[in-house]
Design a protein around this ligand. Structure first.
Ligand code: WT7
Length: 651
C-alpha cells in the first residue's frame, strides 16, 4: 500500500444544497436518511431483511446474514429467488406489462423498443435456446456482445436458468476473451457478427474465432446477426445463428427457483498482480444492492426515462443498465455507439429525442464534452433532465461545475457515485433529496454501508487527513469470492486489516462534515477513461513482444482520460529503437489486451530505475512521466546514472 498523497488535492469549499423542489418530492429526505442510517447501524439484519422484502422470493430466507465463515459471507440463506424473474415476470401482472423496458438506439440510428412483455418473451425463448444447446444450472457462459438489447436478453436468459454469465467488454481482444473463457471454463459463448463504434465495424465474431482456437472448454457459439449483410465464418456443429436458435423454441420457460447464494455472474477486472480476477456475485444480495441503490440514488419514479451510458461489459452496465433498473421496472435507454458519432452532439440529441430524465455517465466523457464545446449541448432541449450521475473515477470540480451548469442548467442535483466491481452496487453517494453536494466528493456512505477512512492499522484518521478507504461491515452486494481462487480473494481484500475490514485499495479523506473525497487507487491499478487496467497486464503484454527485454508501465495525468498509459521499455541486445518500433509496441499491446490498453507513450531507456533489491521505482517513473521534478528519496536507487538518462529523454 502506498500512502495516499493528499497534498495535491485542492480544498473545494462550494456546497450545493438540495434544491427545495427536489427535496419536496424525493423518496428519501434528510430526516429519512438519518433514520435509515441509524436503523442500519443499530440492527443491520433487520434493516437489510426489511429492504429485501422488496424483491420476489419463491421461498423466504431463514437467516438474513451468515457471518460464520469470514470473509465468505452469505445473505438470505435458505431463501430462493431468481434475478430474471425479478426483472421481468413480476412486472407482467400490473401496469408495467406494456411499459418500455429498453429503448434502444444503434449507432447507425436504427431504433427498437422492448416492453416488459416483449423482453420477457425474448428472454424466455433465448433461455430455452440455451437449454437446447446443453447449458444448465451452474454452467458458465461468456457474453461478448455489442450494446444491443440482445446483450441484456442473453444475461437475463442465463440468470433465468441459473447459468453464470461472464460478460467480456466488446473492446477486449481475442486474447482477453480466450483468457476469460479458460479461467471460467465457459461452455458456450454468445457474440455478434459485428458491433458499431464510431462508424467502424468491430469484428466480434472474428475475435471469437481466434479466441475459440485457444478455448477448449467452449462447445458452442451463438451469433447475433447485427449487420444483416456481413458474411462471417460459421463453423458447422459449433456456431449457431441467434435467429435460427430462436426460430423454433417455446416461449414458456419458468424461472428456476435458485438459492439466494446461487452464482449470478463472474466479471473480470484487473488487480495489481497476476491475471484479471473473476469477481463473483451471487443472486439475492447482489440484486438487493443493485435495485435498492438504483431506487435510492436516482430517486427513481415510474415515469423516469433513465439513461446509463456505460457498456454492459462493465459492472456499471450490469448493475445500472440491466439488473437494478429492470428489477425496478424502469424505462432504460440503451445506446450502442460513440458519443461523437456522427457528431459531438449525439448524447444531447438522444436526451431530447427520448425525453431522458436521469443521465448517468463518467467524468472522462464529461471532460471530452467540455473540450468539444458548449454549442453541442446548447443546440438541444435538455429540459427533461432532472438528475445527473457520475461514476468511474473522482470527478474534478471543474468538470462537476460544467455538468451542473451546462447540462443540468443549475437545476439538477449531481450524484457522484463511488463503488467498484467488487462492491456490486453504489456504496458512497448523495441521496439527492437528502444530502447537499460538494463538487468532487461522493459525499456520504449510503445507509447500511460502514465506509470509513483509516490508517494502516485500521484507526480512523482525523478529519482531512489522508487514509485508506475501507468498509467495516459486510453488506449484501459484496462480491463472494474470486472465481476459483478463494485464497486470492482473502489476500487481496481481507489481509490488510485483521479487524475484518474490506480493503478497497482507494485512498480517501473525510472532511469536517464527514464527506468522503476519494483520491484514487493506492495500488498499481490505472484508471484509464474510467476503466480499470493493471500496469502489470500492460507490462506483460510488452515483454512478450520479441524485441522487448523489460518494461515498466505507469499512469500519467491526462486531461480527457484521467490517466494515460506511459511505458518505459528496454529492448533486447541488437534491437534498434525507432518511432516505428514505438508504434509496433502500441499496436501489440492493443492486440494483446484490447484497444483500451493502447499505450499513449512509449519511451525507450537503457535500463529501469530499480532499488538495490531490484524493485522498479514506479513512483519515480510516475514523476518522470508527468514531467514533475522528483521530490522523493532516491537513496535506494541502484544506479544513479539511470535517472539522468531518463530525465534527459524527456521532451
Ligand atoms: C474504482 C473501481 C464502479 C463502476 C465503475 C468502475 C474508481 C469509481 C468513483 C467515484 C472516485 C471512483 C475507484 C474504484 N471510482 N467511481 N465516483 N469517485 N473514484 O468500476 O472498474 O471496478 O473500478 O474506480 O478507484 O476503486 P471498477
Amino acid at each position: 500500500m502506498t500512502t495516499p498523497n493528499i497534498t495535491s488535492v485542492l480544498k473545494e469549499t462550494r456546497v450545493f444544497p438540495v434544491p427545495e423542489a427536489f427535496a419536496a418530492a424525493a423518496h428519501v429526505t434528510a430526516d429519512e436518511h438519518r433514520r435509515l442510517t441509524e436503523w442500519a447501524d443499530r440492527d443491520p439484519d433487520g434493516f437489510w431483511g426489511h429492504h429485501a422484502e422488496s424483491l420476489h422470493w419463491f421461498q423466504k430466507w431463514d437467516r438474513v446474514f451468515d457471518g460464520s465463515n469470514p470473509p465468505f459471507f452469505k445473505w438470505f440463506t435458505g431463501g430462493t429467488t431468481n434475478a430474471s424473474y425479478n426483472c421481468l415476470d413480476r412486472h407482467l401482472n400490473g401496469p408495467h406489462k406494456n411499459k418500455a423496458a429498453i429503448i434502444w438506439e444503434g449507432e447507425p440510428g436504427d431504433t427498437r423498443t422492448l416492453t416488459y412483455q416483449q423482453l420477457h418473451h425474448q428472454v424466455c425463448k433465448f433461455a430455452n435456446g440455451l437449454k437446447q444447446l446443453g447449458v444448465g444450472k451452474g454452467d458458465r457462459v461468456t457474453i461478448y456482445m455489442p450494446m444491443t438489447p440482445e446483450a441484456a436478453i442473453a444475461m437475463l436468459a442465463c440468470a433465468r436458468i441459473g447459468a453464470v454469465h461472464s460478460v467480456v467488454f466488446g473492446g477486449f481482444s481475442a486474447e482477453a476473451v480466450a483468457d476469460r473463457n479458460n479461467d471460467a471454463k465457459a461452455k458456450l459463448i454468445i457474440t455478434a457478427d459485428i458491433g458499431w463504434r464510431r462508424g467502424n465495424a468491430v469484428h466480434l465474431k472474428q475475435n471469437v474465432d481466434e479466441a475459440l482456437a485457444k478455448s477448449p472448454t467452449v462447445e458452442k457459439c451463438v451469433v447475433f446477426n447485427r449487420a444483416r449483410n456481413t458474411s462471417v465464418h460459421m463453423k458447422p456443429g459449433r456456431d449457431i445463428w441467434w435467429h435460427d436458435l430462436m426460430s423454433d423454441v417455446s416461449a414458456d420457460c419458468p424461472a428456476e427457483e435458485l438459492d439466494s447464494e446461487h452464482p449470478l455472474f463472474v466479471l473480470y477486472t484487473s488487480g495489481s498482480t497476476g491475471k484479471p480476477k473473476g469477481v463473483l456475485h451471487t443472486t439475492g444480495g447482489y440484486l438487493l444492492g443493485a435495485s435498492l441503490t438504483h431506487r435510492w440514488v436516482f430517486d427513481l419514479r415510474d415515469d423516469d426515462v433513465y439513461w446509463c451510458t456505460a457498456d454492459v461489459g462493465w459492472v456499471t452496465g450490469h448493475s445500472y443498465i440491466v439488473y437494478g433498473p429492470l428489477a425496478n421496472a424502469a424505462t432504460v435507454v440503451m445506446y450502442e455507439g460513440a458519443p461523437n458519432h456522427p457528431k459531438e452532439d449525439r448524447f444531447w440529441g438522444i436526451i431530447a429525442k427520448y425525453g431522458v430524465t436521469i443521465l448517468y455517465t463518467a467524468p472522462t466523457a464529461i471532460r471530452a464534452f467540455i473540450k468539444w464545446g458548449d454549442q453541442h449541448p446548447n443546440a438541444h432541449d435538455l429540459s427533461s433532465l432532472r438528475l445527473l450521475g457520475s461514476v468511474g473515477e473522482p470527478i474534478n470540480p471543474e468538470a462537476w461545475m460544467w455538468y451542473h451548469d451546462v447540462i443540468g442548467k443549475g437545476r439538477c442535483p449531481i450524484v457522484d457515485t463511488w463503488w467498484q466491481t467488487e462492491t456490486g452496487a453504489i456504496l458512497i453517494a448523495p441521496l439527492p433529496g437528502a444530502i447537499p453536494t460538494k463538487p468532487g466528493s461522493a459525499t456520504k456512505p449510503l445507509p447500511g454501508i460502514a465506509a470509513a477512512v483509516v490508517d494502516k492499522d485500521g484507526n480512523d484518521v482525523p478529519a482531512n487527513s489522508g487514509g485508506f478507504l475501507v468498509v467495516k461491515r459486510p453488506w449484501p452486494s459484496l462480491m463472494r469470492t474470486i472465481y476459483g481462487d478463494d485464497e486470492r480473494f482473502k489476500a487481496t481484500y481481507w489481509s490488510q486489516y485483521p479487524q475484518g475490514y474490506y480493503f478497497t485499495a482507494d485512498g480517501a479523506r473525510q472532511d469536517e462534515d464527514g464527506f468522503i473525497w476519494v483520491m484514487g487507487r493506492v495500488d498499481d491499478v490505472l484508471n484509464v477513461s474510467g476503466h480499470r487496467l493493471s500496469t502489470m497486464e500492460v507490462e506483460s503484454a510488452l515483454v512478450n513482444h520479441p524485441k522487448v527485454a523489460e518494461a515498466a508501465v505507469v499512469g500519467k495525468p491526462d486531461e480527457i482520460k484521467g490517466e494515460a498509459i506511459c511505458c518505459f521499455v528496454t529492448v533486447k541486445q541488437g534491437v534498434t529503437v525507432s518511432d516505428s518500433l514505438k508504434d509496433e509496441l502500441k499496436k501489440h499491446v492493443a492486440k494483446e489486451i484490447g484497444a483500451l490498453a493502447r499505450p499513449d507513450e512509449v519511451r525507450f531507456t537503457d535500463s529501469l530505475p530499480k532499488t538495490r533489491s531490484g524493485k522498479i521505482m514506479r513512483r519515480l517513473l510516475r514523476d518522470i512521466a508527468a514531467g514533475r521534478e522528483g521530490k522523493q528519496d532516491t537513496t535506494t536507487l541502484e544506479d544513479f546514472s539511470v535517472l539522468a538518462k531518463l530525465r534527459g529523454d524527456e521532451e
